[in-house]
Design a protein around this ligand. Structure first.
Ligand code: CU
Length: 335
């Protein structure tokens, strides 16, 4: 495949050089009736090909899109995304069609003269005002969704979790019984205290450090992100969540998980996706894959960036509570 791409690239470069040199050799060339016809028809053919390719891509590659949102907030994000995409698609379909159609329709024909049309204030007003109003509407709608998603202040008893990024892994810390994270600083990192938790802070003692993120379904989770070294980006695609992890500061994102891992595994789109992946894996002789939510790094942060991930398990609240009760607190781990 790579060899084929290189060959194609070499051909394209060769054609480009040939075209450029032949332009330099031009003296004066007048397009004939036949040239104009050929170019016009080629435009029409390319237009049809272009739409065909677009429809083909929709049908063939929709499967690689993410399955349904696994968080409540993700649903409004998805609606915003859909509205934007449908608008873009409609405008794109009309304008591209007109572009190709006019290039074909008004190709050079002997004795046909172009109409000299200087300007029309009415037309210019329409094509300026309509996009401005539509775009302003989209921006306002986007802002209101953003404000809704980013403001967790109305949540009742949210779960507070710290997500800690470093080259090249993730760690997490639950706020424990008091639901308040203890202070932390990179200077406190020592031995088993890998997140630099300040053990002199009384809020830190009941914090629970983990290497696998578990979240309760239906309870708002407020994530506090920190980074030990460089910029990372905490990306939880199934929940439609992403936030930069910046050294020296705490960033935040919140969402309410709405589908447990088990429920997501039974989702039609997930099943179709997993089947597709397993077909490829079977051909390569690899193990079968089972769906799991993931926290990924979405900022190119170094050589092993691609492998910086942590499994997320969403479960019913009582299962989560039973699990967290059995985890060791910072006081138990460090002392
Ligand atoms: Cu990273």
């Amino acid at each position: 495949m790579t060899a084929l791409l290189y060959i194609l690239l070499a051909i394209v470069v060769a054609v480009a050089i040939w075209q450029v040199t032949s332009i330099l050799n031009f003296k004066s060339v007048i397009a004939t009736e036949k040239d104009n016809n050929t170019q016009g028809i080629l435009f029409a053919v390319f237009g049809v090909f272009f739409y065909g390719l677009m429809i083909f891509s929709f049908v063939k590659y929709s499967i690689i899109l993410l399955p349904d949102s696994a968080s409540v907030e993700g649903e409004s994000y998805d609606t915003l995304y859909m509205v934007t995409m449908v608008l873009i698609l409609v405008v794109q379909a009309i304008t591209q069609f007109l572009l190709f159609y006019f290039a074909f329709k008004y190709r050079g024909i002997k004795d046909r003269k172009a109409l000299f049309y200087a300007d029309s204030h009415k037309l210019e007003l329409i094509w300026t005002v309509v996009p401005a109003v539509v775009l302003a509407g989209l921006v306002l709608y986007g802002l209101s969704v953003w404000v809704d998603v980013m403001d967790p202040s109305d949540a009742e008893n949210p779960l507070i979790v710290e997500v800690y990024a470093k080259q090249f892994s993730w760690e997490a810390r639950y706020a424990g019984e008091d639901n308040e994270l203890g202070l932390a600083n990179v200077r406190n990192i020592k031995g088993i205290n890998t997140m630099g938790v300040d053990m002199s802070d009384k809020n830190a003692l009941d914090d629970i450090p983990v290497r696998e993120l578990r979240l309760p379904k239906g309870r708002k989770v407020i994530f506090k992100f920190r980074s030990q070294d460089v910029l990372h980006s905490a990306y939880m695609p199934h929940f439609r969540a992403q936030m930069n992890c910046v050294p020296g500061m705490v960033t935040q994102f919140a969402f309410t998980p709405s589908l447990t891992t088990e429920e997501m595994r039974l989702n039609d789109k997930t099943i179709a996706k997993v089947d597709g992946i397993n077909k490829i894996r079977a051909e390569k002789g690899e193990d079968t894959y089972e769906f799991d939510y993931l926290l990924l790094c979405n900022k190119i942060c170094g050589s092993s960036h691609y492998n910086m991930q942590m499994k997320i398990i969403v479960e019913e609240e009582e299962d989560f509570n039973a699990w967290i009760k059995n985890q060791k607190t910072m006081a138990q781990v460090v002392q």
